[in-house]
Design a protein around this ligand. Structure first.
Ligand code: ZN
Length: 378
């Protein structure tokens, strides 16, 4: 049984009913996994301590989050990314964010100590949070705290970010560190938040060559995405030789996602997750940690993460979703939900644009050209 880290306190990370980062997605997911897997038995993590969060964040920033959590609104709060429309301040936000950090840190501890090879943190993935600033729905960077723990344990980390948005927070925190290779595939920053993640952001100082970005054109579909992914992922493993892989498994590159424009189906996600597990077997003695991330179509995100759960457990994913669960959540959300785990049909046709393929392929090739001299043994 692969450990799954979760506790109901994760649901308190809640920016309010109109915010896209809704805890309902997680509630839906947990309820579905309870029904589908008789072996469902998540491990509740401890809350991350303040000092653990301070490993990757500025103290002055923590003080602002703590004040906002108490309902105070000190001047200059927005300079710390708090109280914005993306990341509104809410009562208890410090504690809520520390529950998520605690989960990802627990996952990292289990793997670093050799107690587990694979772990699924059923939450977290707050990749936009910066050293001294909240950003894009992310308060504390649980991924960076976990990476810090791996580094302390002497493990070199391949961080793979398949969220549709650039994994900027993790990238900047480890921008000068050659012990962490960050690899983010995302919709191009020319069209999408946070605007960064170009091919030439390759790291700095001793970390030069260790930040990898593959910006993708809007309307990129499965085949084109997977081609770019295969091109760079294998090279990241073979050149960097990581000790562990940490995956931010954002589901917002799915074609149903309302906030972005990539066109992946559940089949592409299945391939990505399978490929990561194969890569871990070959290169890291199986060591891999997965977190959730963005994913704003309730329908798609819950199915992508259910698929991830079953693949990690080595269990056969179900074909159809349980009728009772579908009925409950259709009524609660007031809209239709797909009745099968995989997308039943391909995404709506978009005009075939050969320049999408050319652009994506070119970016993946350009990236490898630029970083080759820093990492490649040849
Ligand atoms: Zn995202």
């Amino acid at each position: 049984m692969v450990p799954v880290i979760y506790r109901s306190e994760y649901l308190s990370y809640d920016f309010g009913p109109d915010h896209p980062f809704s805890p309902l997605r997680l509630a839906m997911l947990v309820e579905l996994l309870e029904v589908l897997d008789p072996g469902w038995n998540p491990e509740p993590p401890p809350q991350a301590r303040r000092e653990e969060v301070l490993a990757v964040h500025a103290e002055r920033y923590l003080r602002r989050v703590e004040a906002a959590a108490r309902g105070e609104r000190p001047p200059g709060l927005v300079d710390y990314g708090l109280g914005t429309s993306d990341t509104p301040a809410f009562a208890g936000m410090d504690a809520a964010a520390r529950w998520l950090v605690g989960g990802t840190l627990t996952a990292a501890r289990l793997v670093a100590s050799g107690q587990a090879r694979r772990v699924l943190q059923l939450g977290g993935g707050l990749h936009h949070a910066q050293f001294d600033r909240a950003s894009g729905f992310c308060v504390y960077n649980d991924l960076a705290v976990a990476i810090h723990h791996f580094l302390e344990a002497g493990l070199r980390v391949l961080y793979l970010d398949v969220d549709v948005h650039h994994g900027d927070g993790v990238q900047w925190i480890f921008y000068e560190d050659p012990r962490v290779l960050t690899l983010s595939l995302h919709e191009s920053g020319r069209y999408l938040f946070p605007g960064t993640g170009g091919v030439f952001e390759i790291g700095q100082g001793g970390g030069t060559g260790y930040s990898w970005n593959v910006p993708l054109e809007p309307y990129t579909g499965d085949a084109c995405y997977l081609e770019a992914f295969e091109q760079v992922f294998e090279k990241a493993l073979a050149w960097f030789l990581p000790d562990v892989i940490l995956v931010q498994a954002g589901a917002d590159a799915h074609f149903l996602d309302p906030l972005a424009d990539l066109m992946l189906t559940t089949r592409a996600y299945e391939r990505i997750f399978t490929r990561v597990l194969e890569g871990a077997e070959r290169y890291t003695e199986g060591r891999a940690v997965f977190t959730l991330g963005g994913g704003y179509s309730f329908d798609a995100a819950v199915r992508v993460w259910t698929l991830l759960y079953f693949l990690l457990q080595g269990l056969q994913p179900p074909g159809a979703l349980p009728e009772g669960w579908l009925q409950r959540w259709r009524a609660r959300l007031g809209h239709e939900l797909t009745a099968t785990l995989h997308d039943p049909a391909p995404p709506p046709a978009v005009p075939r644009r050969p320049e999408i393929e050319r652009y994506n392929r070119g970016n993946a090739a350009r990236l490898l050209d630029v970083v080759r001299k820093y990492l490649s043994p040849d």
